[in-house]
Design a protein around this ligand. Structure first.
Ligand code: ATP
Ligand code: MG
Length: 428
């Protein structure tokens, strides 16, 4: 039998208690902001039929071609750990008839799985929060999604917020025509392209625009842009979006090379990027995907737009701020000396917990000095002392741990009021 310790799967991280405080703060802010825009939560399974992703994200994308965790179920059905959640939102919407004559605003949060090379900001289990709006065609919805995402940066107190890039991919005719022009142009340079891009000329030429290879980037400088050949409706849609963003005071740059790694996008695409995280600069990305509902079997076309936010990357940005990182501490730490005090202390603790206070209790046997040391270390605001004297007079001594240890003894019946008062004072 093997006896060594078993480690986690590569690229799948534990989030330890010392780090979970910042995760919780970020999650709470995201929830608050989703609610402020009237988006409602949808919870989706982690596993889906493989076909769902193949048919939505696209066979020739990095995700489907090489990043999915796919395996056969015990009955031989091919399943995949979700690499993203948009396809699942669409699947659930169709399956439950949520798109019949209704518009919908959804948000979700949770783990995604991609078999990539693990590095800073890129993991195999990572977390996304996302929003999807179904039923609206206009650029006001795209602007709403962007406005909502722009609030994440102030909500999580980022000192240097990411910057916004936008582009339009037009309609499918525009993209088909552009694909031909781009391929024609790139074929003249085929031998100078990096190997990945060379392969993509045949499989997914638009993705070449996204190549990080310096030589390929140089070649692309002279390439035609999709934006020049944009159809009139998409152009008007894009101009509409720009007007809304201007009106809202949201700054952006138009990046005509911005394409997304998933095939389902049309018209608006956008990305929030930062220079603060090294190579992995994309924090939040999304766009419009008007064709996806029908592509996944919806009875009629349902216009849609959405985004996904990389929570690991947002948490790393937020962690640069000390205040976001500080651990959550107990309000009250109970110190009890003697058998009788221990059971009385326990009932005080329960009363306070029932009123919403965070109470830590010394468990097991321990002398006064030892317990005091623990109370200090816990960072609690108030120490509750319960010894022989307190037991006899049914009172309790409160010690302000964070303020040179001022002490006051109150009747047991006044405990909750006194704790409320002291904590209130400390918070102002
Ligand atoms: P990238 O260009 O960084 O690979 P992507 O285009 O594959 O990103 P999307 O599928 O659009 O990313 O996902 C949206 C966001 O999710 C990204 O902007 C990023 O913040 C985050 N993300 C994507 N893949 C990972 C990963 N493997 N680890 C951590 N975060 C990720
Ligand atoms: Mg990727």
């Amino acid at each position: 039998m093997e006896t060594g310790a078993v480690n986690a799967v590569r690229g799948m991280n534990d989030i330890l208690p010392r780090d979970s405080a910042v995760w919780q703060r970020v999650e709470a802010e995201l929830r608050r902001i989703f609610r402020a825009y009237s988006y409602r939560e949808i919870r989706l399974p982690l596993l889906e039929k493989t076909e769902l992703f193949a048919r939505s994200i696209g066979e020739a994308t990095d995700i489907v071609a090489k990043e999915m965790y796919t395996f056969d179920d015990r009955n031989g059905e091919s399943l995949t750990l979700r690499p993203e959640a948009t396809a699942s939102c669409v699947r659930a919407g169709i399956e439950h008839g949520l798109f019949h004559n209704q518009c919908q605003r959804f948000w979700y949060m949770g783990p995604m799985f991609r078999h990539e090379r693990p590095q800073r900001g890129r993991y195999r289990q990572f977390y996304q929060a996302g929003a999807e709006a179904f039923g609206w065609t206009g650029p006001d919805t795209d602007a709403e999604l962007i406005a909502m995402s722009s609030r994440f940066w102030s909500g999580t107190k980022l000192q240097i917020p990411p910057r916004l890039e936008i582009n339009s991919l037009g309609d499918s005719d525009t993209r088909a025509a552009y694909r031909r022009r781009l391929v024609e142009y790139l074929q003249g340079y085929e031998r100078d392209l990096d190997p990945d891009s060379r392969n993509r000329i045949r499989t997914n030429p638009l993705r070449i625009l996204d190549s990080k290879d310096p030589n390929t980037q140089r070649i692309l400088q002279g390439a035609p842009t999709l934006f020049d050949g944009l159809d009139a409706d998409s152009r008007a849609h894009f101009d509409g979006l720009c007007r809304y963003l201007d009106e809202l005071g949201i700054r952006y740059t138009v990046n005509q090379r911005l394409v997304r790694g998933l095939d389902y996008y049309n018209r608006t695409v956008f990305e929030w990027v930062t220079d603060e995280l090294g190579a992995q600069g994309a924090v939040c990305a999304g766009g419009r995907y008007d064709g996806l509902v029908q592509q996944l079997g919806g009875k009629r076309a349902v216009p849609a737009a959405g985004f996904a936010l990389g929570m690991d990357r947002l948490v790393e940005l937020a962690s640069m701020n000390e205040a976001m990182r500080s651990p959550t501490r107990a309000d009250v730490y109970i110190i009890m000396v003697g058998e009788g005090a221990r059971s009385r202390g326990w009932s005080h603790a329960e009363k306070l917990r029932g009123r919403g206070f965070n109470v830590e209790m010394y468990c097991g046997e321990g002398g006064m000095k030892n317990q005091m040391k623990r109370a200090d270390k816990s960072g609690a605001l108030i120490g509750l002392l319960l010894g022989e004297d307190e037991l006899e007079s049914d009172s309790i001594t409160l010690k302000m741990m964070q303020r040179r240890g001022e002490q006051v003894t109150v009747a047991a019946g006044d405990l909750v009021t006194k704790v409320q008062e002291l904590i209130g004072e400390h918070r102002v």
